[in-house]
Design a protein around this ligand. Sequence first.
Ligand code: ZN
Length: 148
Amino acid sequence: MALRKIITLENEILRKVSKPVVNFDESLWNLLDDMKDTLLKSTGVGLAAPQVAVLKRIFVLNLNNMYIEAINPKITKVSGCQKGPEGCLSIPGRQHNVVRPNKVTVEFFDRYGNPMSITAVDFMARAICHETDHLDGVLYIDHIEKNK
Ligand SMILES: [Zn+2]
């Protein structure tokens, strides 16, 4: 286990589309362990693999006394609307209001390849949207422009 460097806005890797995970093997588990260390050492609640310069469809969340590892996540249902402040470990020192769905269902795989599903509301729904966006090269600041 080790800390990974979190890349920031000016790094073009953050703008790339990540590839699905195919092998649920030791190299994936090492990456997940590193992402956990890196997230828990940070001030954030979520971390996506592209933020540690790995273009794979993975995010981790540490929120509401729950630690979640989501591999190949797909948001399958959204409803409602919320507006609230959002920040990003890759854009340090900044926060902006972003409009997001108030409730989302996300389907994903755990580290062993078991299919999972979570339905979340409020801030957790926001975090899931934010992290899933990272896997498509989208940053929360992109939504600010759209909201105008
Ligand atoms: Zn972020």
